[in-house]
Design a protein around this ligand. Structure first.
Ligand SMILES: [Zn+2]
Ligand SMILES: [Zn+2]
Length: 285
């Protein structure tokens, strides 16, 4: 049986290849990275040298193609302002093209917020932008919409919205979802127990399709069920709790889905959070 894909969002100072190597050192079999600064619009071209160093790091560590990229926080594909929407669309296209150059198969995006236009208009605008993005990006890169906590007017805090977007994109083969445990709990999905976890996954399967679930963010939550607040906590120390993570990393459906932590204090705490996931993954079902 292939090893499970467990890892962390790794800091990329010194290059993406360093992120992969440091990830492997703390026990990651999958990693998430930023390919450019998440707080800035501008980005550098991927050089042949950087791409080669990255591929070498992936091969040598055994992480292989189990890498996920997270797009810029500035992107809002549903923005009412046309200029910002165009900039966001171009930004995500750039991100996916960079991933094509690196050989990163998955890009996670927060998609956007309707900012007062209402959910229906927001979803339409997001769908239109995603259509353009998918048309103009490499066949090797899949776009993953992240489940959100539903803070403010942010889209995709419900499986219904994610399912609607999949439908609006005619079930595009390069469109998937990244489920974040902190965000879904904050959005009101109670996955804290075995029964709760099963019910949430069943609902996801019904409304979105489990085959669309291509990545998981394993984060505990500082705020309770239905709080609509997005604040990550170390695993087992927040409102999500150990049982949900145990379910997640023993779920046979997710055996080959990358599960990565995005918890605080990466340098000092990622190793412990990743180790916790491995421990739970070895627990008896
Ligand atoms: Zn996340
Ligand atoms: Zn978050």
């Amino acid at each position: 049986m292939a090893e499970r894909l467990i890892g962390a969002h790794m800091p990329t100072s010194g290059g993406l290849d360093k992120a992969v190597r440091r990830g492997a050192e703390i026990g990651c079999t999958a990693v998430q990275v930023f390919t450019s600064s998440p707080q800035q619009w501008k980005s550098k071209e991927v050089t042949d040298e950087a791409a080669a160093a990255f591929r070498a790091a992936c091969d040598e560590t055994g992480i292989g193609t189990h890498v996920v990229s997270h797009d810029s926080y500035l992107i809002n594909l549903a923005a009412p302002d046309e200029e910002l929407r165009a900039k966001s669309t171009a930004g995500l296209i750039g991100e996916m093209r960079r991933c094509g150059r690196y050989g990163i198969p998955l890009v996670v995006s927060h998609i956007g917020a309707h900012v007062g236009q209402g959910t229906d208009v927001g979803l339409e605008r997001a769908a239109e932008a995603m259509k353009t993005v998918l048309e103009e990006t490499p066949e090797t890169v899949t776009l993953l919409m992240e489940t959100t906590a539903g803070q403010g007017t942010v889209l995709n805090s419900t499986f219904d919205e994610l399912g609607r977007l999949v439908g609006m994109l005619d079930g595009h083969p390069r469109l998937g979802v990244c489920l974040d445990t902190c965000h879904v709990l904050a959005a009101g999905y109670d996955l804290r127990t075995v029964e709760g976890y099963r019910a949430v996954m069943e609902e996801f399967d019904e409304k979105v399709g489990l085959d669309r679930l291509k990545a998981v963010h394993a984060n505990d939550s500082k705020f309770p069920l239905g709080s609509h607040k997005d604040r990550h906590e170390h695993l087992g120390q927040g409102e999500v709790g150990a049982e949900a993570f145990l379910c997640l990393v023993t779920d046979p459906e997710l055996a080959q889905v990358p599960v990565v932590v995005e918890t605080p204090e990466a340098e000092s705490h990622h190793a412990a959070n990743v180790a916790r996931l491995w421990e739970w993954s070895r627990a008896a079902p």
